[in-house]
Design a protein around this ligand. Structure first.
Ligand SMILES: Cc1ncc(C[n+]2csc(CCOP(=O)(O)OP(=O)(O)O)c2C)c(N)n1
Ligand code: SF4
Length: 244
């Protein structure tokens, strides 16, 4: 019988430890497929974040380096400048990229570093107990805003794609929502483009993935997809923000 579907070679044999329905697993798989399709597994360096995906080094079949919380773009910059023939990508959550690591991502983008960044925006700090993130929606509940985020106290969600799109450094910035078959196809296409850009010598590329956290949102996975489509996408509209 002909095999039509198998585990991508870009993944190790380790089982994911993510909660059921968490999109971290889906995006990991897409990255692995992209590395295999572009034949770059042996030539890629993944820079892991701190957050639920801190154990990403267990899952990716490429070289992997761990960065301190928020510092992945700085570490990735160093790796790429020392080893310019490698494909270097950073994988970061919203706590990692949009809170403690705000400076690193802005400056890496402004410098137009030749990097691919996959930004997982699940509107919460999943790993540490579901605290409010910079991307938590107004009115959305978390363990540090039990009544819902109040802009009078906590300000407004930070729109990273829109912010970075004001800079001249980036070559490509897109936001995607992998909550439907079409959204999954778009997400994989965007991730592939972010990697292909780097191979083609283009500069900073970032894909923001509107992700979920069934555990800390206290929702089943299907409801998280609906919440992303109905609520999160209104504040963070999917689309191409930079492509040059
Ligand atoms: C310097 C430092 N400060 C704080 C922490 C605690 N910490 C670990 S993960 C995390 C937030 C992770 O949230 P996010 O980046 O959104 O990823 P998720 O877990 O949701 O995938 C925090 C605050 C840390 N590890 N190091
Ligand atoms: S806590 Fe949230 S982000 Fe972390 S693995 Fe579970 S569902 Fe995914």
């Amino acid at each position: 019988m002909q095999k039509v579907f198998e585990r991508p070679k870009g993944l190790t044999d380790n089982e994911f430890a993510y909660c059921p329905g968490c999109l971290h697993s889906v995006v990991h798989r897409m990255i692995a497929e992209v590395m295999e399709e572009l034949d770059i597994i042996q030539n890629t360096v993944c820079v892991c974040p701190v957050g639920c995906s801190v154990f990403m080094y267990e899952y990716m079949a490429c070289d992997v380096i761990e960065a301190a919380h928020g510092r992945a773009p700085a570490v990735a910059t160093g790796v790429k400048r020392v080893l310019p023939d490698r494909v270097v990508f950073a994988y970061q959550g919203d706590g990692d990229l949009a809170s403690i690591g705000t400076a690193e991502i802005i400056h890496a983008a402004a410098r137009g570093e030749q990097l691919s960044v996959i930004f997982i925006n699940n509107a919460t700090y999943g790993m540490t107990g579901g605290q409010m993130a910079p991307t938590t929606l107004i009115g959305q509940k978390s363990t540090t805003c039990k009544m819902g985020r109040d802009p009078q106290i906590s300000g407004y969600p930070i729109k990273i794609c829109e912010m970075l799109a004001t800079l001249d450094g980036p070559s490509y910035i897109e936001r995607v929502a992998p909550t439907s078959p079409a959204g999954l196809v778009k997400t994989k296409k965007a991730i592939k483009k972010a990697f292909q850009n780097q191979i083609d010598g283009k500069r900073f590329s970032m894909v923001e993935v509107l992700s979920n956290c069934p555990q800390q949102w206290h929702m089943n996975p299907i409801d998280t997809f609906k919440f992303i489509e109905d609520e999160v996408s209104k504040v963070f509209p999917p689309g191409v923000y930079v492509d040059r």
